[in-house]
Each structure stands twice: as structure tokens, then as C-alpha cells.
Ligand binder design. Structure first.
Ligand code: DX5
Ligand code: ZN
Length: 217
């Protein structure tokens, strides 16, 4: 399904009101709920871990999309399966064995995602695509919401050429707003993560599919 999907990141939500925030973005048309897990090691920021993600689960009626910015990854996969993640994404830079990590994520019953930092070439995931349901192209250096968009159009187009029509989603994460969203969609993306654009008074259109937008919360 190549329709454009919006995945608001609750990193920009009110941390004291996650249940209400999740219900609000789903009522506005969110397709997936994006959950940013950071460990203060792989990225210079800390968010939440498996018990918090488990607490989000009953509020998410769509798809719980968990983005791990942690290293190492493998020891925590079962905890996120138990927490109810539908999609679990790990970074290709997080360890020497991303192939094993993707196998383990699928083995634990989740869809598997592989994320690339801005400095990582598309080729880094060329031999992982058979094991991935989502490729997440970071358009900021991971760690914080509200950063400015880094143009990864060429990488997105290269990945789209590699993936073709096979059912691997190309997700864009970082600095997505009404100006940058159409550019990444034109390059071949189909899933748009948006944190500050959704939660801080803006909106994100779903070009070509969703006539409206996810209004300000
Ligand atoms: C960055 C996170 C993103 C982030 C996006 O490390 O992975 O999901 O919250 O936030 P915005 O849309 O504000 O760039
Ligand atoms: Zn993210």
C-alpha cells in the first residue's frame, strides 16, 4: 500500500498526557503513532523504555510504530514485543549485525524497520531489504524533535529505485512539514513522521491522498 501515511511522533506531545495526545492525533487522521525511544548513548537524549511503551499500547488503535535509537538493540527486542509494538525499527548503525536484528524482530512477531542516519548511504541497507518492512530515512540527526530538515532526496530516490514496487515502506523522519513533505513524497517516500509540525501549531498534508491535514493539537 503506497498511499501516503502520516505517523505523528509523540516525542513532541505533552509527556504528562500521552493517552489524550494519542487519541487526539488518531481522531485527526493519524495512520501510525510513532514512538521515539532514546537511550542517552546511541543518541544524546533519553525518552522512555518498554514499560512506558506498554502503557501507550491500549490508547493506540492504529499502528504502534516504535523507533529505537538505542545501542545495543537485540537484548531489548522481546521487551518491545511484549510492550505491544506493531513495528520495531532499529538503526543500521546500532551494531555490527543488523541482519540478525531484523530476523529477531520478525521472529518476535513484529514488522521490522531499519533506519539510516543522514550520513549513512542507501547501500548500507541494500542487503537487508528482504528482511525489512520499513526503511526509515532520517532527515535530521536523531535525538531531538524540532530540528531543521536535511535534504535526503537523492537517497530516498535511490532507495525507491532499489525497492521498486515491493511492499517495503519508505519512511521519512525529521523536519517533515507542509513544505518538505511534498518533496520527500515526490522522491518516493510513503510514510511521513512529523513531530513538531503536528503538535506545535502546524499541519502536515498527505499529498494526493488525504485532502485535509492533521490540524494543530
Ligand atoms: C528524531 C526523532 C523524530 C522526531 C521528529 O530523533 O526520531 O521522530 O521526533 O520530530 P520533528 O518532526 O519535530 O523533526
Ligand atoms: Zn523517530
Amino acid at each position: 500500500d503506497r498511499s501516503i501515511k502520516i505517523a505523528p511522533s509523540i516525542l513532541s506531545a505533552d509527556f504528562a498526557n500521552f493517552g489524550a495526545e494519542i487519541r487526539a492525533i488518531e481522531a485527526q487522521g493519524a495512520d501510525w503513532v510513532h514512538v521515539d525511544v532514546m537511550d542517552g548513548h546511541f543518541v544524546p537524549n533519553l525518552t522512555f523504555g518498554p514499560p512506558a511503551v506498554k502503557a501507550f499500547r491500549p490508547h493506540v488503535k492504529t499502528v504502534m510504530d516504535v523507533h529505537l535509537m538505542i545501542a545495543p538493540v537485540d537484548a531489548y527486542i522481546d521487551a518491545y514485543a511484549d510492550a505491544g509494538a506493531d513495528i520495531l525499527t532499529a538503526h543500521v548503525e546500532a551494531g555490527p549485525h543488523p541482519h540478525r536484528t531484523l530476523q529477531a524482530i520478525r521472529g518476535a512477531g513484529m514488522k521490522a524497520g531499519i533506519a539510516l542516519n543522514p550520513g549513512t548511504p542507501a547501500q548500507a541497507v541494500a542487503h537487508l531489504l528482504d528482511l525489512a518492512d520499513v526503511v526509515c530515512v532520517m532527515t535530521v540527526n536523531p535525538g531531538f524533535g524540532g530540528q531543521s530538515f536535511i535534504d535526503m532526496t537523492a537517497k530516498i530516490a535511490e532507495l525507491r529505485a532499489m525497492i521498486g514496487d515491493s511492499p517495503v515502506h519508505i519512511q521519512i523522519d525529521g523536519g517533515v512539514d507542509p513544505v518538505t513533505a511534498p518533496k520527500v513524497v515526490a522522491a518516493g517516500a510513503d510514510v511521513l513522521v512529523a513531530g513538531s509540525a503536528v503538535f506545535r501549531g502546524g499541519s502536515v498534508d498527505k499529498p494526493g491522498v488525504y485532502g485535509g491535514n492533521i490540524a494543530a493539537i
